[in-house]
Design a protein. Structure first.
Length: 79
């Protein structure tokens, strides 16, 4: 694969727009940066497409409640 492109972007660039995957716009924990990010491609709050093992939350506050050691302000990828 092309590691610098997300799956959806790669499919679009390859002319396979009909196969392009779009995110759910729900939130998931990015454990590397300890923030909640949105399941979408693009600028923050998007964190790329969620992987199959990422649990998706309907709101950023619901997601941030899983990171009990991080303040809600620091948890939100939009801040």
């Amino acid at each position: 694969g092309i590691f610098w492109l997300g799956e959806s972007s790669c499919l679009m660039a390859s002319g396979n727009a009909e196969l392009a995957v779009t995110g759910s716009n729900k939130f998931y924990v990015d454990w590397v940066i300890e923030k909640c990010v949105q399941d979408c491609e693009g600028a923050a709050p998007c964190g790329g497409l969620a992987k199959s093992w990422d649990f998706l939350y309907n709101s950023v506050s619901e997601c941030c409640s899983k990171l009990t050691w991080v303040t809600s302000h620091d948890c939100n990828s939009t801040t």
